[in-house]
Design a protein around this ligand. Structure first.
Ligand SMILES: *[C@@H]1O[C@H](CO)[C@@H](O)[C@H](O)[C@H]1NC(C)=O
Ligand SMILES: *[C@@H]1O[C@H](CO)[C@@H](O)[C@H](O)[C@H]1NC(C)=O
Length: 375
């Protein structure tokens, strides 16, 4: 099976609440309450960004065009086309951005709006990473100041004292911290478990804003370029600078304009990345995230050239009552990185690191191995 298909089947088969793309799901989305809709009801609080208005207009036009061409009336099943409209929006901002600026001003007049997408956490989450702003680990890449504002989708109020946990691939498309995921390094090499680069946690401030000094993620086969985020509520910061407890109120994936990805891929070391590119519009999780929502970050360049770095910002509308299941592939502990035998990658690989167990046979082997390990 091609890697791409494999990844798609894996994500579909993952033990988490992965929504299946397709008409039923889209109907279900349309039928869901306010939380699946836009944050437009928050416009008074957010000073209705012209950007969001534009999004809504474009959605409307696209929808009307498709409806006309099909000769049918307003039907929720047309919502799958929304992701195409979202992918066509230019999210580049002309804001002047500088290190040390008041980050909450990024959200004063505009902000990409991401809602309650029931998106998958993905197979490569490492739980227990440190609370730290700089997650670059000294690696090369385009500096990315990632700014996330967390708001309550019902009250439109910012959510302070939440913890935002992010993770992404590095400039050359590798996720460190998890061993044995196909395409992510030598499955037999456990040294990847020592890696914490591009993983970390930050608290939200009094404006609901959490920010990271990161790197623009590199592309890899099977997924559009993206960054994962979990918003934890009620977590406790430990003496060793990690968080424990609390609940995952929001699990999201954020994306970038295709043109920005193309521009980044011309810069070293991105231009050494030989992995195949998956376009936003070819990624079913993007489709799922962008049907009705806009999961693409707004961004501005720090200098004239993209290589000087960029700021990217997005607003998460979260349901504070939510408690999403989290299944880490590994844990970052006082003993370093440890694979979770029952996590998404551990199950694939027969209950531990070191070897690719195949799919779906690997899952059966994983079950046997876990049994054996427990004896
Ligand atoms: C990305 O991570 C892999 C695995 O640790 C490493 O071999 C590679 O050099 C990293 N890329 C960059 C640009 O540092
Ligand atoms: C931090 O402390 C917690 C317990 O409070 C422990 O479980 C975890 O392994 C520690 N993490 C690191 C990286 O030392």
């Amino acid at each position: 099976m091609a890697l791409k298909n494999f990844l798609a089947s894996l994500l579909l088969a993952a033990p988490l609440a992965v929504a299946h793309p397709g008409k039923e799901e889209v109907y279900a989305h349309a039928a869901l309450p306010l939380e699946r809709k836009s944050l437009a009801h928050c416009s008074a609080d957010f000073a209705q960004p012209a950007f969001i208005k534009k999004t809504v207009e474009i959605h409307g036009r696209e929808l009307a065009r498709v409806k006309r061409s099909l000769g049918i009336e307003d039907k929720p099943k047309l919502r799958p086309r929304d992701y195409i409209s979202v992918s066509r929006i230019d999210h580049k901002s002309s804001k002047a951005v500088t290190k040390g600026m008041e980050l909450s001003t990024l959200f004063s007049d505009a902000g990409a709006c991401m809602l309650m997408p029931a998106v998958d956490q993905g197979p490569l989450y490492v739980q227990g990473e440190e609370v730290r702003k700089d997650i670059t680990g000294g690696e090369k890449g385009i500096p990315l100041t990632l700014v996330i504002q967390v708001v309550d989708y019902k009250t439109c109020q910012t959510v302070n004292n939440a913890y935002v946990d992010v993770w992404s691939s590095n400039s050359t498309g590798i996720y460190v911290g998890v061993q044995g995921y196909p395409g992510m390094g030598d499955p037999k090499d456990a040294s990847i478990l020592k890696g914490t680069t591009l993983r970390g946690v930050q608290p939200t401030d009094s404006h609901g804003v959490a920010s990271f000094d990161s790197l623009f993620p590199g592309h890899y086969e099977g997924r559009a370029t993206h960054i994962h985020a979990i918003v934890y509520l009620g977590a406790t910061k430990q003496a060793n600078n990690t968080i424990t407890g609390g609940r995952a109120a929001h699990i999201g994936q954020l994306y970038f304009d295709q043109g920005l990805i193309t521009a980044a891929d011309k810069v070293a070391p991105y231009n050494n990345n030989k992995m195949r590119i998956t376009q936003n519009t070819a990624d079913f999780l993007f489709m799922q995230g962008a049907n009705g929502d806009d999961p693409i970050v707004r961004y501005a360049l720090v200098g004239k050239d993209i290589s000087e770095g960029l700021f990217a910002w997005i607003r998460f509308g979260i349901n504070q009552a939510a408690n999403k299941p989290v299944s880490p592939a590994a844990w970052w502990t006082d003993k370093g990185g440890v694979m979770n035998p029952k996590g998404p990658v551990g199950q694939m690989n027969g209950g531990g690191g070191g070897g690719w167990g195949g799919w779906p046979g690997g899952k059966k082997r994983a079950a046997k191995k876990v049994e054996a390990d427990e004896e």
